[in-house]
Design a protein around this ligand. Structure first.
Ligand code: NAD
Length: 353
């Protein structure tokens, strides 16, 4: 066996239907009394329903969380937290809302209690992102890792089916890249393979019935595993490409991951055969890249960047960024091959044979 280093994240996970009943005890456990509840405007109702179950423990509901954590919103939330003497951030939502909690924790050290409602995985990573003057700055800091994550699949019943599919594939992308990470390890590989299996297996039952609670639990369990992979090891080409496409061209997060993943895996396939075999095994298919492309297509997810609003004249710039910024990846970053990858993704073509 190869040498490896494994650092486990010190998060506490409370999982299962109705686990939000545990929130009062979990707030006590982090030593807090006045939670600042965070949500997006359209999840205000869900956040209020949770706040109603926490009488006397909610300082305020701040409902302005937005994609990519704009610095102005982060500053406003930090001010509210400090003026109201909130002693924990209770983030109810997806990666954007949990990201806002992280922006508060980064400055104040407030503990975060995360209640995820998508499969993005931010709740189990020490990674934060804040956008200032159109540039998203990301970093790692142990202060932003939520102290407790309460995974209640009932809160994901309302996740629209299109976002359910793309968010689950976004989760699988963390696990797929974790399987060929230069700093990977056998424990993380187990989580990655199981995470992909669980997320993929949940999609057909959810397509048939988005309110299927066991399938929602399976997807959320998979999302936890895949997010843990993201937090523990380095990501490669796929995540860098998505970061550039999302940040520079303002494309939606989970959807970009869904379109790019099959192509990024094909790019790396020959250089990472063991990872491809494990991904294929988890999906129950012969070919990892093609399996993911078909999974997206059969569940009605977008398969082309064009459909997400990518401008054709941005492809050259995206290839340039991806190739100029060297980072560990199984296959070296070759500009012409990256441009070809992006062209196929733009048109919705299947990954290169
Ligand atoms: P999101 O949090 O932006 O949510 C998308 C939309 O879906 C929002 O309007 C939200 O209110 C709504 N929504 C979420 N859950 C819902 C539910 N159960 N029912 C109804 N509506 C619901 O999307 P996301 O994909 O979860 O997160 C994307 C953001 O998270 C990106 O900015 C990304 O960079 C970041 N992210 C960060 C990390 C990290 O480790 N730091 C990891 C993954 C994603």
């Amino acid at each position: 066996m190869d040498r490896f280093v494994y650092t486990a994240s010190p998060s506490r996970i409370v999982f299962g239907a109705d686990s939000i009943d545990q929130l009062p005890a979990e707030i006590d456990r982090v030593g807090a009394r006045r939670a600042l509840v965070l949500c997006t405007p359209n999840q205000r109702g869900q956040a209020e329903a949770i706040a109603d179950r926490l009488p006397g423990r909610v300082a305020f509901i701040f409902d302005e969380a937005a994609m990519h954590v704009p610095i102005e919103i982060a500053r406003k939330a930090r001010t509210v937290a400090s003026e109201l003497k909130a002693d924990c951030a209770l983030a109810v939502g997806g990666g954007s809302t949990i990201g806002l909690g992280k922006a508060i924790a980064l400055e104040s050290g407030l503990p975060i209690i995360a209640v995820p409602t998508t499969y993005a995985g931010s709740e189990v990573t020490p990674i934060y992102g804040i956008t200032e003057d159109g540039l998203k700055k990301t970093g790692r800091d142990p202060r932003v890792l939520p102290s407790v994550v309460v995974y209640d699949p009932r809160l994901t019943l309302s996740l629209p089916l299109d976002l359910t599919v793309t968010s689950a594939i976004n989760a699988m992308a963390h696990a797929a890249e974790g399987l060929y990470a230069h700093d990977g390890n056998p424990v993380i590989a187990l989580m990655a393979e199981e995470g992909i299996r669980a997320c993929a297996a949940s999609l057909q039952p959810l397509q048939d019935n988005p309110h299927d609670l066991p399938a929602r639990s399976l997807a959320l369990y998979g999302a936890w595993l895949c997010g843990t992979v993201l937090g523990a090891v380095s990501m490669g080409l796929h995540h860098k490409l998505c970061h550039t496409l999302g940040g520079t061209f303002d494309l939606p997060h989970a959807q970009v991951h869904t379109v790019v993943l099959p192509h990024a895996l094909r790019y790396n396939a020959a250089a990472a055969p063991d990872a491809m075999a494990r991904i294929a095994r988890a999906l129950g298919v012969e070919d990892a890249a093609m399996g993911l492309f078909e999974l997206a297509r059969t569940h009605g997810a977008p398969v082309s960047l064009k459909a997400l609003g990518m401008p054709a004249d941005g492809l050259e710039k995206a290839a340039e960024y991806a190739a100029s910024n060297q980072y560990p990846n199984p296959r070296p970053l070759e500009r012409e091959a990256l441009r070809a990858l992006l062209d196929r993704a733009m048109d919705g073509a299947p990954p290169r044979p």
